[in-house]
Design a protein around this ligand. Structure first.
Ligand code: SAH
Length: 256
């Protein structure tokens, strides 16, 4: 088993890099792939940069060149479900590219010639992700991130863990109007209400689907996709989400 771990921002993978025994570094297509041992498993760690093309090309290389058997994509996301707060964790059970629209040739959101709108994550992968996140959030999180830091970002209770639809597009959403339009469009396509929005997950899920490689997409809510989103999210990634990512991935890798 060789696990590929991808983060869209450097801070998201920095802590994992610290724990990794790097055997080889290789640069391809402007990405640096770190191969080695992580928590006693073979792993390849890479910073993909953000947005769909960056993530898709990085994951293609991970699969084709490095031969990973599982892709874990972690990062932050904006909440779409009003019940989600900063610091909550979302596991994608289905992923949709919300900016894909080739009507009238295909249905809105459909990936041309694949006949798919949503990429679904199999129950075994969801179970693995859920167990890892639960173990981290109920345990090591409290040693990693001091309560004062959590409360500085408005996280006062235990973070909740949800599974559901994640939507991805080449757009940083920081406006309630855009979010309302997006919710409406997804609903009229018969999709369930999305939990969160980000910029890579569904592209990664498509590549993994096309190569028959399992994928787990896991996100920590960094903002509410409203006007304050861009202000909140970088310090949050550095001080909180990076710990969530590395902690949950550590649990995950020990379980696979
Ligand atoms: N300049 C930044 C760019 C990050 S883009 C940098 O330091 O690299 C934002 C990242 O956070 C993307 O990887 C995206 O997946 C996620 N994200 C968080 N909140 C989001 C939101 N409200 N809308 C879209 N993507 C969001």
């Amino acid at each position: 088993m060789k696990v590929g771990i991808v983060g869209a921002m450097p801070q998201e993978i920095a802590l994992l890099q610290r724990d990794m025994t790097v055997v080889r570094r290789q640069t391809r297509g402007m990405r640096e792939y770190l191969e080695g041992r992580l928590y006693e498993k073979d792993a390849v760690l890479v910073f993909s940069r953000c947005a769909k093309v960056a993530a898709a090309s990085t994951v293609t290389t991970l699969i084709e060149v490095f031969g990973v058997d599982l892709v874990i994509f972690t990062g932050v996301a904006g909440a779409v479900d009003p019940a989600l707060g900063i610091g909550d964790v979302v596991i994608g059970n289905a992923l949709v590219q919300h900016d894909l629209d080739t009507r009238p040739l295909f249905r809105r959101f459909e990936v041309p010639l694949l006949g798919e709108i949503a990429f679904e994550v199999p129950p075994a992968m969801l179970g693995l992700a859920r167990r890892s996140a639960e173990r981290y959030l109920h345990g090591p999180l409290h040693q990693d991130v001091p309560t004062e830091v959590l409360s500085a970002f408005g996280i006062t209770g235990p973070p909740s863990l949800r599974e559901g639809l994640i939507v991805s597009g080449d757009q940083f959403i920081a406006d309630p109007g855009t979010l309302t339009d997006l919710r409406r469009a997804l609903k009229s396509a018969g999709l369930p209400a999305p939990l969160c929005v980000e910029m890579e997950g569904a592209a990664v899920a498509q590549v993994c689907h096309e190569h028959g490689v399992p994928v787990i997409v896991m996100r920590t809510i960094s903002d509410k996709a409203d006007h304050s989103a861009a202000v909140d999210f970088v310090p949050f990634v550095e001080r909180v989400a990076s710990h969530f990512t590395s902690g949950i991935v550590r649990e995950l890798i020990t379980l696979v």
